[in-house]
Design a protein around this ligand. Structure first.
Ligand SMILES: [Zn+2]
Length: 281
């Protein structure tokens, strides 16, 4: 299962637009809200800390008909539990709860950053149970954004893996090349451009593998594999300090926690793509 995905939730995208339906869900004694503040998602005893939803809570969906909301408690943090970053939550929570935390985290971060209209600057109001903001001054509708990022597992005919290290990362930490999709690009074009810019390596076939919501704050990682057909890897832009080929046995040792090479954490799609390559998938 992909970390940050797979919450067993009916988002009730049609029903949630009706104010009356939403008020009933909010008043349901079974209704619960996840709590987030600027310090993170609130946990208690290895699970999400839940409370009755406030009037301002955004609606996440129905879990076995139980209404689930998310509340921003930045101004009034709860008296129990503790806040955790989403990376920490990903390793501490059961997978379904980590997925809910990612969903709520992205949605609430969007509300915090879009209190004013990008078109005219007037204050905006939440609509559609928290899945839209509306500007009463110019009638603009604003929707939660998701930023697409391509991440690519590049191998060559000698069965080596291309990994890069960002300058700010600790020595030995390497990962797959990745970058934001730009306006006017297909995903495959973004993959080819990013790899060419960051390493100078030219790609042949590019294939989609899987995706992962990446709530830092609201990216969608789109995982690809690609075969290199030319170019010697060297850092081409300012993003990478090092980029080179790694032999399979070196990556295998790193996956076992041996040697100097440190791979991305297990909950990341980067690591899943690497592990799948090691497994021959
Ligand atoms: Zn406006």
């Amino acid at each position: 299962m992909i970390t940050f995905a797979g919450a067993a939730l009916d988002r009730a995208a049609v029903e949630r637009r009706r104010a009356e339906w939403l008020a009933e869900r909010r008043a349901d004694p079974r209704a619960r809200a996840l709590l987030m503040s600027e310090r993170g998602i609130w946990l208690d005893g290895g699970h999400l800390l839940l409370a009755a939803p406030s009037e301002a809570a955004v609606f996440l969906g129905l879990a076995d008909e139980r209404p689930l909301f998310a509340d921003d408690v930045s101004g009034a943090e709860p008296g129990q539990g503790r806040p955790a970053g989403l990376r920490e939550a990903a390793t501490e929570l059961p997978p379904e709860e980590a997925a809910l935390a990612a969903y709520a985290g992205s949605l609430l971060a969007w509300h915090r950053r879009h209190r004013f209209c990008a078109n005219c600057g007037a204050p905006t109001e939440a609509r559609d149970a928290g899945h839209e903001r509306h500007c009463p001054a110019c009638d603009a509708h604003h929707f939660p954004r998701t930023d697409p990022v391509v991440i690519v597992r590049v191998t060559d005919v000698e069965d080596r893996l291309l990994l890069g290290r960002q300058a700010r990362w600790p020595a030995g930490r390497f990962s797959l090349l990745a970058g934001y999709v730009e306006p006017g690009e297909t995903l495959e074009e973004a993959v080819r451009r990013e790899v060419a810019e960051e390493s100078g390596v030219e790609l042949g076939r590019v294939s989609y593998i899987a995706s992962q919501p990446w709530p830092f704050p609201s990216s969608l990682m789109l995982g690809f594999s690609a075969l290199a057909v030319g170019g010697d890897p060297k850092p081409g832009d300012d993003e990478l300090a090092e980029v080179r080929w790694f032999e399979r046995d070196e990556v295998e040792r790193a996956a076992r926690g041996e040697g100097n090479l440190a791979l991305a954490p297990p909950y990341s799609i980067a690591r899943r793509l690497i592990d799948a390559w090691l497994a021959g998938a």
